[in-house]
Design a protein around this ligand. Sequence first.
Ligand SMILES: *Cc1c(COP(=O)(O)O)cnc(C)c1O
Length: 361
Amino acid sequence: MLSTDTNIYIDVQSIENSRISSLDENNIPFGRVFSDHMFIADYKDGSWTDFKIVPYGNLSLSPSAATLHYSQTIFEGMKAFYNTKDEVVLFRPEENYKRLMRSCERMCIPKMDKEIFMQGLKKLIDIDRKWVPKSEGSSLYIRPFIFASEEFLGVRPAEEYKFIIFTCPVGTYYAEPVRVKVETKFVRAASGGVGNAKTGGNYAAALYPAKIAQEEGYHQLIWTDAKEHKYIEESGTMNIMFVIDDGNNRKIITPPTGNTILEGITRQSLILLAKDLGYEVEERPVSVAEIEEAIKNKTLKEAFGVGTAAVISQIILIGIEGNDYDLPAIETRKVSNHLLKELKAIRSAEIEDRFEWMEKV
Ligand SMILES: *Cc1c(COP(=O)(O)O)cnc(C)c1O
């Protein structure tokens, strides 16, 4: 194991002609423009080795690479952006490292030292610094992932893997309020399954139910528990929060992360922030019946998804067993708007980083 201050050796093969001049910062299609370089590490003969930064490009892979058949693969999603002091910063990158290691454990992928993740990440962002967009609300989306690359068609944990980080500039993301359907037939994650690992199969399994919901006029699903479909779990690929206010008492409620709900870093950060700002937060099972009741008696004030992509994605309509309920107007949503404003101020260094969340590159 490497000690905490060990520098790893990273071989850098720079691109000859940067593609940066082709980037129109005011018009970046999501997930289609990739920065000049990528970081690669290989796992073979029992250890992570061969750290390098190379021009972004295609990989050469055996058709029998294990991940293509049995999905032994995991990923992370995070962002780098400019703050108001003209520094490039990351939001809680160690949390992404820790979560990636938890996903490794569940998917039988060998773990790696923190230095490999952090130094590979920071060096890559530093080399492609000019790809971090500067316009308000834009950022550099970062995709670290690991997959089984061994050429072997047997079902067992692979003996060879690749860890890659690449990045894409993303423009100002205006999160359109969404119409969501409470899913009571299909399942995202069952207890004991892989719901709390960030692994590709969870996403593949969600495509079909999401497609049906879209045909019915919704944007997204609210997943419920696999056993009874009584309790709310997540919204699409985001965690979910509600604000209930009965006139005497206002509180934020959100389902607890267990083995079926992914532990969102945005979720955890917003809970800390909300408590710090004096809001009451309850992490406890939230039933569909409770939400339906709160909508009917008008105590449900806000519902929103939380995750790295949009931070807060407002829910404007919830469909429960064929009944569509309109939720309060976005401009009335004091709690989520307050949390978003405060988090943005911390991230952009307009106010003190009192939780020490930001890390300079
Ligand atoms: C990534 C993800 C989230 C959100 O996590 P963040 O760290 O906040 O981006 C929530 N749910 C699922 C299923 C996810 O894959």
